[in-house]
Design a protein around this ligand. Structure first.
Ligand SMILES: Cc1cc2nc3c(=O)[nH]c(=O)nc-3n(C[C@H](O)[C@H](O)[C@H](O)COP(=O)(O)OP(=O)(O)OC[C@H]3O[C@@H](n4cnc5c(N)ncnc54)[C@H](O)[C@@H]3O)c2cc1C
Ligand code: SF4
Length: 348
């Protein structure tokens, strides 16, 4: 019987699980394949988060510091799990850094992979340098450089943000809604207007899903206070006339073609299943759900359970999730892992 808990993935979900376990005096081993902890918000350099408005480096950086400073959390960065054997209460993992970890339970918090916009070539990414992604705009803002056209460093006068890039797109096998990109885009649009008050910002959408309480703070505020223009459209292509980028499509409200020039076009990229998921599934002996995320065994009875007893899951590893829900799921997985250790002890 081993009382320690293995946590794979040090993003918001894994950090929350490690902290929750430490709070109740439980040792955990947190491993991440990246050299730094923090997951997507830190590794991809997000700027101000929705809905808190806090800088990612402070909010998630604070979660990293809390875990780094806790003697009950043993951290391995730049490491993956090579093999995982045993049964609840007594698992053994071999890590790529040569370490052996004994644990009574495991939590998979391995997150997602950003959609690669090269898979949507007709929308200009990879062809025109001034077609960028939301993560690139996040980095422009968080680095303090400001929003600029990569081709020549000029301040854009007209920006288009295209929603649902790599989400809700059956043609490229991505049927899911990535949940957060409408809200993130409305937030970025307001940040662009704040930095560049003369810049015109348009958001091209199929539907707007600033769900729950985000409607007031992002959807309405972006239009009423920041004068962001929303166009309901089906986009055909992004081309260039040599000076400007041209977004061509159909305005689906008035059913007319719409062709507008821009300086900068931003793809609001979605959340793909982690590219490692097949390897993770075979290493840990867990199943994937049909889209390729890690499957939950039970939605209501114990949402953190995978298809293998003693192995739990949290956060965007299970599908597109927000940071706050990923943190909540990290806590839930920590509690489930503790419960499974109790059950394993009782039967030992
Ligand atoms: C452009 C963009 C902006 C966003 N902005 C916001 C926002 O403002 N607010 C919000 O609520 N949400 C936002 N999100 C969503 C947010 O990124 C996720 O909710 C959050 O990152 C999920 O946390 P996680 O810990 O589950 O996964 P991740 O953040 O993906 O972390 C997973 C960790 O696991 C590690 N890992 C992966 N595979 C392995 C492996 N095989 N072995 C070991 N380690 C591994 C990774 O290196 C990573 O550190 C945004 C998403 C996008 C695409
Ligand atoms: S949240 Fe908005 S942009 Fe993202 S996939 Fe859903 S509808 Fe599209």
């Amino acid at each position: 019987m081993n009382d320690s808990i293995l946590i794979v993935g040090g993003g918001p979900a894994g950090l929350a699980a490690a902290h929750a376990l430490a709070r109740v005096g439980r040792h955990s081993v947190l491993i991440d394949k990246a050299e730094r902890l923090g997951g997507a918000p830190i590794l991809s350099g997000y700027a101000k988060l929705v809905p808190s408005g806090e800088w990612a480096k402070d909010a998630i950086g604070g979660m990293v510091e809390r875990v780094r400073g806790d003697s009950l959390v043993e951290v391995h960065t730049g490491a993956t799990v090579r093999s995982f054997d045993g049964s609840p209460g007594d698992f053994t993992a071999q890590l790529s850094d040569g370490a052996t970890v004994r644990a009574g339970a495991a939590i998979l918090a391995t997150g997602f992979t950003h959609f690669d916009s090269l898979n949507k070539p007709e929308w200009g990414f990879g062809t025109f340098p001034d077609v960028v992604t939301t993560t690139q705009v996040e980095q422009m803002i968080s680095s303090g450089r400001g929003v600029r056209c990569p081709s020549d460093g000029r301040k854009p006068q007209r920006v288009a943000i295209l929603l649902c890039v790599g989400s809700r797109d059956r043609q490229i096998g991505r049927e899911w809604c990535s949940k957060i990109c409408c809200t993130v885009s409305a937030n970025l649009a307001m940040e662009i207007r704040e930095e560049l008050p003369d810049c015109h910002v348009y958001i091209y959408y199929m539907d707007i899903r600033t769900f729950g309480l985000y409607e007031t703070k992002y959807y309405w505020r972006s239009q009423e206070e920041f004068k962001i223009k929303y166009i309901k459209a089906r986009i055909a292509e992004v081309t260039s006339d040599g000076t400007k980028l041209i977004v061509k499509g159909e305005d689906t409200l008035v059913k007319r073609p719409v062709t507008i020039p821009f300086d900068l076009v931003v793809h609001a990229i979605g959340m793909d299943p982690n590219l490692d998921n097949k390897t993770i599934a075979s290493t840990f002996g867990v199943e994937l759900e049909p889209h390729g995320y890690l499957a939950r065994r039970n939605t209501y009875g114990n949402m953190a359970e995978t298809t293998r007893a003693g192995v739990f899951v949290a956060g965007a590893a299970t599908g597109p999730e927000t940071i706050d829900d990923s943190i909540g799921q990290g806590h839930a997985a920590a509690l489930s892992a503790l419960g499974s250790l109790g059950a394993a002890k009782a039967t030992a």
